[in-house]
Design a protein around this ligand. Structure first.
Ligand code: 5GP
Ligand code: MN
Length: 340
């Protein structure tokens, strides 16, 4: 879906004068969140606008090559600077999320902010905080939507290699390298245009995926060993305790994507990973499915989370063991839906 005409007019009017722009991804930003925020950042900077990206917390090392990533303000580490930018902002873009609760400790600053909010996002059930809400759950990625946004305001000819590299990265990571069901012919056309405009596709694949560290491979091995297959429910779950993460020298990003391994097993349509985080006192949960089983609904109903039909996240305040026991107990209510 493209943006509606009134929204395009409103955005064009806003951008026709100098703005103080703040661009915000969700907490624990992934490739799509960082790619979309940086892509838009470059676009605005090139138009002579004042712009900054403020992330609620740090992002994984495999994204730390992206153009201007070093300029991202980490709210957790630079609260005063970040808050000053948010207070002064005239325009605030929130990308790849649709609810203030997704920015962690930054929530309060956003609630107080006076700037005009513009949301660009592809998750379900958007909140209504934004003046312009560009929300479309059928989209492969927020990066594809940023491309559409730039197109809507007649900016395609202004896509530089920096912008192309950023947007390509997010589309690639959110589509599992162009294979998930949200990947359309339009997605491929957008990606083709990004390559024509300087996205270095092979280099990006290498930088994002061929960056395994010993810690990541050890944690992957541990995770796969811990995998529990519940054939009755066509379900797989994996646990990683804090003790295991410490033992293998866990670093941010090391557990990214591990949950997907479960779905590569024949007949498995539901895969979940439970990752203990002692510092935050929670179990972080990632859920994936194949077909009609909605992990968004499952995460929303039982684990304070949400996301998409086939990829969602959530958390639990119970112990790792209590959480998996609760999880396994819940499955019997979903037996029919999990038949596949
Ligand atoms: P992941 O499992 O990769 O962290 O997240 C999968 C998808 O679910 C992403 O689109 C992410 O934005 C969303 N997601 C992850 N954690 C949460 C959460 O706690 N709440 C909500 N609403 N969405 C989440
Ligand atoms: Mn996304």
């Amino acid at each position: 879906m493209v943006m509606n005409k009134e929204d395009i007019q409103e955005v064009k009017a806003l951008l026709s004068s100098p703005q103080k722009i703040v661009i915000i991804p969700h907490k624990n930003p992934d490739g799509d969140a960082i790619g979309s925020t940086l892509g838009l950042f470059h676009f605005f900077k090139n138009q002579g606008q004042e712009a900054v990206v403020i992330a609620p917390n740090d992002f994984p090392k495999f994204l730390k090559w992206m153009p201007a990533q070093e300029k991202i303000i980490n709210f957790e580490k630079n609260k005063l600077t970040a808050k000053r930018h948010i207070d002064d902002a005239t325009l605030i873009f929130t990308l790849d999320f649709n609810h203030f609760s997704r920015v962690g400790d930054m929530q309060e600053s956003l609630e107080k902010a006076n700037g005009t909010f513009i949301m660009i996002d592809h998750h379900q059930e958007p909140d209504d905080y934004a003046t312009v809400t560009y929300s479309d759950v059928s989209m492969s990625s927020t990066c594809e939507m940023v491309y559409n946004f730039i197109e809507a305001i007649n900016g395609i000819s202004k896509i530089t290699p920096e912008i192309a590299n950023c947007l390509y990265t997010g589309i690639m990571t959110d589509t599992g390298s162009f294979k998930y069901s949200s990947t359309t012919s339009r997605t491929h056309r957008v990606v083709a245009n990004l390559i024509d405009n300087g996205a270095e596709n092979m280099a990006i694949h290498n930088k994002v995926f061929n960056t395994n560290s010993p810690s990541r491979l050890h944690i992957l091995g541990c995770a796969l060993k811990n995998m529990v297959i519940l054939e009755e429910y066509n379900t797989v779950y994996i646990t990683l305790s804090q003790e295991e993460l410490d033992k293998y020298n866990f670093k941010k990003g090391d557990t990214e994507g591990i949950v997907n391994y479960g779905l590569t097993l024949d007949n498995i349509i539901f895969a979940v990973i439970f990752i203990e985080n002692k510092e935050e006192g929670i179990i972080k949960i990632s859920l994936r499915s194949q077909g009609d089983f909605s992990v968004n609904e499952f995460a929303r109903t039982h684990f304070y989370g949400g996301g998409h039909n086939n990829a969602a996240g959530g958390r639990s305040d119970d112990s790792l063991e209590e959480t998996t026991t609760k999880f396994v107990g819940l499955l019997s209510n979903y037996k029919e839906k999990l038949k596949g």
